[in-house]
Design a protein. Structure first.
Length: 398
């Protein structure tokens, strides 16, 4: 059996301009976002302005991480302690963590076999909450027209978690353009890379004013460019706590030069994704999630299911692929591993009692495999990956 030699963790180098800007900042020592001059607003403020323009949003705030962005987005949108917040049962741990950080209660919504939120279960649970934190998990967009209609009909405030969907579209609108407020990630394995980082966008003046203050602006809020009227922030300043979580100028500088290349990189991911998709679909017993016609996704990772496999067989596939250099993540383990965890392992949410039963989500995750698609891979690499996975499945089936 052939072996894959490349790392699934290796990223492309940052653009040369990013490196130059970061070096300039280290030379001056002006890393703090509010260490600016009259003729230089600083990289953090410029990043916010440029990312807002990319997204087509009025306002943007750069912060320490996407999880932190989700936290202050909910606070700024009005989430209070003990409020219910609807969210996907299939998501990563920072999402319920952000809800818990608000003192609110996550209300987990079922997952379809196509890895999107179950609209019937969502509608059934909408009476318990006035907020929906919707994760586009692994870049799979839900039916955003239906989501928008449900939220409008039932007066639900939509907050989008776009950590995995930056650059994607639904119809004629970018992912992140449907929520009252939306959050993005620049952690290294997302579509922009600053190691860690988060970006919050909204068209709502009060939400952004509160978010800027919550992020730790002190009285320097007038140094933000993609921001609402300074008088409104001044009115709110002494009524809003400081939950310090700003992004620094060095990470912002690393990000700014990546934005002009983002759409090109999205197309490059999709070239690799399509090769993997076609190859995996041709293997007997492999199922890929269906996608909506309105969705223009970004294939920076790929998910596939082995519906007829037991947990032992799934484990054997993961282990055998690892031996051949293919790194697969499995969401069906009973206990968390690496970045992956299942909703029933978030025991702090359940306070010692059995979590609610979510059979659809358990079934969807029981045979689900997940694989990164780094841009350091070329098309031939993708063909080889499919060949190795096919060989492993034949071996496990034997």
């Amino acid at each position: 059996m052939k072996r894959f030699q490349k790392s699934f963790l290796k990223q492309e180098p940052l653009p040369q301009r990013s490196i130059e800007w970061v070096n300039e900042i280290m030379t001056t020592g002006r890393l703090h976002r509010y260490d600016v001059t009259d003729d230089d607003p600083g990289h953090a403020a410029l990043l916010e302005q440029e990312f807002a323009a990319y997204q087509g949003s009025r306002f943007c705030l750069a912060v320490a991480s996407c999880g932190y962005a989700l936290y202050i987005a909910m606070l700024a949108a009005g989430v209070k302690p003990k409020d219910g917040v609807l969210c996907n049962a299939f998501t990563l741990a920072p999402v319920p963590g952000a809800i818990n950080n608000c003192g609110a209660k996550p209300l987990l919504v079922e997952t379809t076999r196509d890895l999107t939120i179950d609209l019937d279960d969502l509608r059934a649970k909408c009476g318990q909450a006035k907020f929906l934190l919707l994760s586009h998990m692994r870049g799979h967009l839900s039916d955003m027209d239906a989501i928008r209609d449900i939220c409008t009909e039932l007066s639900i405030t939509l907050i989008e978690d776009c950590a995995h969907s930056l650059g994607a579209w639904w119809g004629g609108k970018r992912s992140g353009g449907f929520g009252e407020v939306s959050c993005f990630s620049s952690q290294s394995y997302k579509h922009l890379n600053s190691g860690e980082g988060g970006l919050l966008v909204t068209d709502n003046e009060d939400i952004m004013a509160k978010a800027i203050l919550l992020s730790g602006s002190y009285m320097m809020f007038d140094r933000h460019l993609a921001a609402p009227d300074k008088h409104r922030m001044a009115e709110l300043a002494t009524m809003t706590p400081n939950y310090s979580g700003r992004m620094d100028n060095m990470r912002a500088a690393a990000l700014r030069a990546q934005i002009p290349n983002l759409d090109v990189n999205c197309a490059r991911w999709n070239q690799r994704y399509e090769v993997l998709k076609e190859g995996l679909q041709a293997i007997a017993g492999v199922r890929l999630p269906n996608r909506f016609a309105e969705e223009r996704y970004v294939g920076s990772s790929i998910q596939f299911c082995l519906p007829d496999y037991s947990q032992d067989q799934m484990t054997a596939v993961v282990q055998s692929c690892a031996e051949q250099g293919i790194e697969l993540k499995y969401f069906g383990y009973d206990e968390p591993r690496g970045y992956t965890s299942r909703f029933d392992s978030w025991r702090y949410l359940h306070h010692g009692v059995q979590p609610e039963t979510l059979p659809g989500t358990i079934q969807a995750l029981a045979t689900l495999l997940d694989m990164r698609v780094p841009l350091t891979f070329d098309i031939e690499d993708c063909h080889l990956i499919v060949e190795i996975i096919a060989d492993v499945l034949r071996q496990v089936d034997a």
